[in-house]
Design a protein around this ligand. Structure first.
Ligand code: ADP
Length: 667
């Protein structure tokens, strides 16, 4: 008899074993040996044993969950930390940009102390004046004290800065000021394009009041998203709320909310009232951390399966605008800002000033944002007239549409603020659709893994190491269809692989692309005609270059998403594409200023360029940019990979635009 001792786990009910000597086994003729086990000595009964076992399993599960929760907390903490650093950076860039025009001594304005403002008018409307005056107030102009006009001391020999000294009240938290060439009244002002200059003051016992902003909109992602408008309402709302302000959203309550997983079991009754010849119910829920109120009139106006598309959309949405205002009035809300969007809630602006402002809902000012100028221009014009400020989704697009007859008469209150992307939604670091997560430090490996996965999935040749050019786009006139086709030809011509993900609403365009796919598709070109968000993540990650040759582009998200995934954008310089993509060869100055607030990239050693751009609308124009990118890929791979790393590190989130919107709200 041979013997050995075995420790029996508490939860074991049977023992299975074989016996061996080197490569010889006795496994009971293939059946193995089995021995039933008796209850452990510590368990007096079967019930006690089961209870003990259940407890042990429970404890193990509790430990596993608390470990997972700890890990999730740690991830969240790191993400928060990263976000905070990014927000700090945005503010630092802003300070640097202002510093180009002015600085103070001491650098931090002290409450109850004295501050000297140094001002260089070289790049302002006041360049070359003989006299300059400084005038201002405190706490966003809400303080009873003000100062100036103070005649500024002109610059000394060889200097450029004018200066003036001001006493700071003890209870000031903000210093507000403008410059002029005459002491008050007529004359030329530098009021920072209508925003005035604002510097934080340290040491006041009083803090800045948070703003209360109420969006009135007919779309909101993810519960009611049709296009970019829905994304902006949610993302902008969240970003502004994160800066410490109160943000609420008023939406219609559509029929399709019944099936919304986000709203399930969440809707609560808020109030009801009689208005507009019907009964109006208001419910509420929290969506993406934002408080949302849903307007549900019993006349069935929003008992619709989609947001748009009923015969009477204009009547329904005008009704919604006023019902939303009625709700604010009835519940005694007094937001600082009503923010309305596109033609669908444009009516808020005029209706507020005519029918609500004089009758109790008196505090708000109205901001209006144009996401798409192609629909409802008459209504957009009315809102442009009635609102206090209106915006569109990028500075260059604002410049391009500024002469439009509905905008031009109100151009003095119009500006462009670019959209952002959600870096958590579009994340190469943690992404279930990618074979391997990656960041700037391992972009080369991460993209290589994605490239192989994409090639296998789309049936492209995998054995060689060709570069990939991708297009992810709706295939419509706006997006530059002929140039997209040309990009496909040129890419194959230069030895690369081309991937297109797109859908064409127009059957003629679709037929065109079908022909192209028939002609080129196969080993080195893949055409996917569908809307497929998971696939889009893999394409952005796998591509070396992403082409966006739009004829016009209010903001554009594709190029920003591409950069987040380390793909180099090749774009036509129009609208938001011009505000986000800086050509490696001719945009160094603009890039350094926009991204770092540096007015001299050579001196500061900054290269913040991030792509390739062209301006014409024909094939040679696109070639000019595309060929340079491909040449760089062939001739200097290390440089190209450095560029991929750099574009990944740039911040195209809502951090920056949120600050611009907050300044706008305050103004
Ligand atoms: P627009 O709103 O004019 O279509 P944007 O560039 O602002 O253009 O936004 C396009 C968005 O839609 C991007 O997020 C892009 O990835 C996505 N997209 C476009 N076509 C497709 C498609 N066929 N499949 C998946 N996503 C797509």
């Amino acid at each position: 008899w041979f013997e050995c001792e075995v420790e029996v786990p508490y939860e074991a009910v049977a023992m299975n074993f074989v016996i061996n000597y080197y490569e010889h086994y006795d496994n009971n003729g293939g059946a193995d040996f089995k021995a039933p086990l008796f209850l452990p000595a510590s368990a007096p009964s079967l019930d006690a044993w089961q209870a003990g076992l259940a407890e042990a399993l429970r404890q193990r599960e509790v430990a596993r969950r608390s470990e997972a929760a700890r890990a999730a907390e740690e991830r969240e903490r790191r993400a928060e930390e990263k976000k905070r650093r990014a927000q700090e950076l945005v503010k630092a860039v802003e300070r640097r940009k202002v510093r180009h025009v002015l600085f103070t001594q001491p650098e931090v304005v002290p409450a109850g102390g004295e501050v000297t403002v140094h001002y260089c008018p070289r790049d302002t409307p006041l360049a070359g004046r003989q006299q300059l005056y400084l005038m201002g107030g405190w706490n966003r102009w809400s303080h009873r004290r003000s100062f100036g006009p103070i005649a500024m001391h002109p610059p000394g020999e060889g200097g450029e800065h004018w200066q003036a000294t001001v006493q700071v009240p003890k209870d000031a938290f903000k210093m507000d000021f403008v410059f002029a060439d005459v002491p008050g009244g007529e004359g030329v002002y530098d009021n920072r394009g209508g925003f005035d200059y604002h510097l934080p003051v340290e040491g006041s016992p009083i803090r800045e009041q948070p703003l209360h902003i109420c969006h009135i909109a007919v779309e909101m992602a993810p519960i009611a998203k049709v296009g970019g408008l829905g994304d902006v309402v949610t993302a902008l709302g969240r970003a502004v709320q994160e800066q410490g302000h109160l943000v609420e959203v008023v939406l219609p309550r559509y029929d399709f909310f019944t099936h919304s997983p986000v709203l399930k079991d969440q809707l609560r009754f808020e109030t009801e009232f009689e208005w507009g010849g019907t009964r109006v119910y208001v419910t509420t829920a929290v969506v993406e951390n934002l408080r949302v109120f849903f307007i549900e009139p019993r006349n069935g106006f929003f008992a619709t399966p989609t947001v748009y598309g009923r015969y009477d959309d204009e009547v329904r949405f005008d009704f919604f605008c006023k019902a939303a205002l009625e709700f604010l009035l009835k519940t005694g809300r007094q937001p600082d800002i009503l923010h309305c969007h596109d033609w669908s809630t444009a009516h808020v602006a005029a209706a507020y000033w005519r029918d609500y402002h004089p009758y109790g809902l008196h505090k708000p000012r109205v901001v209006f944002t144009i996401h798409n100028l192609n629909y409802g221009q008459k209504k957009i014009g009315e809102a442009a007239h009635a609102c206090q400020k209106f915006t569109t989704v990028s500075p260059t697009y604002a410049f391009e549409v500024g002469a439009n007859p509905v905008i031009a008469p109100h151009a003095h209150k119009f500006l462009g603020i670019r959209n952002g992307i959600d870096p958590e939604l579009w994340s190469p670091e943690e992404n279930p659709f990618l074979p391997q997560g990656y960041g700037p430090e391992n972009v080369v490996e991460g993209k290589k893994a994605a490239r192989q996965a994409l090639r296998q999935r789309l049936g492209l040749t995998t054995w060689n190491d060709k570069f990939i050019v991708a297009v992810v786009s709706r295939l419509t006139g706006q997006k530059g269809v002929p140039l997209i086709k040309h990009a496909a030809f040129r890419t194959l011509d230069r030895g690369g692989q081309f991937v297109l993900l797109g859908s064409a609403p127009d059957p003629r365009v679709q037929a065109d692309f079908d022909a192209l796919a028939g002609q080129m598709g196969g080993q080195d070109a893949a055409f996917c005609f569908k809307y497929d968000e998971p696939l889009s993540h893999l394409i952005y990650a796998a591509a070396d270059m992403v082409v966006v040759p739009s004829m016009f582009e209010p903001c554009g998200l594709t190029q920003m998403i591409a950069m987040r995934y380390g793909s180099v954008p090749i774009v036509r310089h129009t609208g938001g594409l011009r505000d986000t993509v800086f050509d490696v060869d001719f945009d160094k100055e603009r890039a350094a200023w926009e991204l770092y607030g540096s007015s001299d990239w050579r001196r500061d050693g900054i290269d913040a360029t991030n792509g390739f751009a062209f301006t014409g609308t024909d094939a040679p124009a696109l070639d000019y940019a595309l060929n340079r990118a491909i040449d760089a890929w062939y001739n200097d791979r290390a440089w190209f990979q450095g560029l991929q790393r750099r574009v990944m590190e740039q911040d195209w989130s809502w951090n920056r635009p949120a600050i611009d919107y907050i300044e706008l709200y305050f103004s």
